[in-house]
Design a protein around this ligand. Structure first.
Ligand SMILES: NC(=O)c1ccc[n+]([C@@H]2O[C@H](COP(=O)([O-])OP(=O)(O)OC[C@H]3O[C@@H](n4cnc5c(N)ncnc54)[C@H](OP(=O)(O)O)[C@@H]3O)[C@@H](O)[C@H]2O)c1
Length: 257
């Protein structure tokens, strides 16, 4: 994709401070977008992401908005307005990447109601209301990408509620695409497999056996990197993907084929 494909565009990436979201933020900025890097708690990581983008000649700003509580979407958009400044003086934008998500889940027998509510609140309810309350800001011809998971398609009972959140997110994608098509807005999900991010650090990094097992699950024979997902998101938000909407794009390196 040619550099500058997103020149003049404004993008919001939730969970943009670390992991997949950071790679997405960096890639969209490299393509020319001004990127709002939303995060929950780790201000240093968000600042580092913004710093990396600026050093690379890109435009970005950080905004703190913890998701998962009632009113979170309204607070996020208020934080966007407060932080965007010259990057989005009218509060409008072109791209929303709903990437923030938590993997906390448990098997059926031990999942609590609170645990269930928490993972659905961050992974499903927050993107739903971010979009609902962002629609008036999103320009016609815009893009929405929801970061889903291969766990929506592959049975993993050990994280049963997490998988269900991503299934719900994919159905949200489908319906939104129909609803927003008349405005020229495309909506797609990207479904990563196992990616080397902090969320997997505890069991994956530093354990050669776990690493080799994770690599063996993908037909392409390695563990995914955040950039493997970011490049797919970059395609979906570009003009090249203007005729693709309502889909789940698999980015698992061919897991479970
Ligand atoms: N890694 C994988 O193997 C994998 C596989 C399939 C799908 N995914 C999906 O990809 C997305 C990103 O995952 P990741 O592995 O890159 O995650 P990560 O490395 O754990 O990063 C999470 C990001 O989301 C933010 N975040 C976490 N909880 C939040 C909350 N309650 N409110 C707002 N922001 C919050 C974090 O901000 P703070 O640092 O400030 O907390 C951080 O920027 C998630 O939706 C995940 O389900 C990941």
């Amino acid at each position: 994709m040619a550099a500058g494909a997103l020149q003049g565009k404004v993008a919001l990436v939730t969970g943009g401070s670390r992991g997949i979201g950071r790679a997405v933020a960096q890639r969209l900025a490299r393509d020319g977008a001004a990127v709002a890097v939303a995060y929950a708690r780790d201000e240093a990581a968000a600042d580092e992401t913004v710093e990396r983008i600026r050093k690379d000649g890109g435009r970005a700003f950080a905004l703190r908005a913890e998701l998962g509580r009632h009113g979170d979407a309204a607070r996020l958009w208020a934080a966007f307005d407060a932080a965007a400044g010259e990057h989005a003086p009218d509060g409008r934008l072109d791209i929303i990447v709903n990437n923030a998500g938590i993997g906390r889940s448990a098997p059926l027998a031990s999942l609590t109601e609170d645990g269930f509510d928490e993972v659905f609140a961050v992974n499903v309810r927050a993107p739903f209301f971010i979009v609902q309350q962002g629609l008036a800001r999103l320009r016609d011809g815009g893009r929405i990408v929801n970061v889903s998971s291969g766990a929506a398609r592959l049975a993993m009972p050990e994280i049963i509620a997490y998988g269900a959140t991503k299934g719900a997110l994919d159905t949200f994608t489908l319906n939104l695409a129909k609803e927003l098509g008349p405005r020229g807005i495309t909506v797609n999900s990207v479904a990563p497999g196992i990616i080397d991010t902090d969320v997997n650090a505890g069991w994956l990094r530093g354990d050669p056996q776990a690493w080799a097992h994770a690599a063996s699950l993908a037909a392409l024979g390695r563990v995914g990197q955040p950039e493997d997902v970011a490049d797919v998101v970059a395609f979906l938000v570009s003009d090249d993907a203007r005729w693709v909407t309502g889909r789940v794009v698999d980015a698992t390196g061919g897991s479970g084929l």
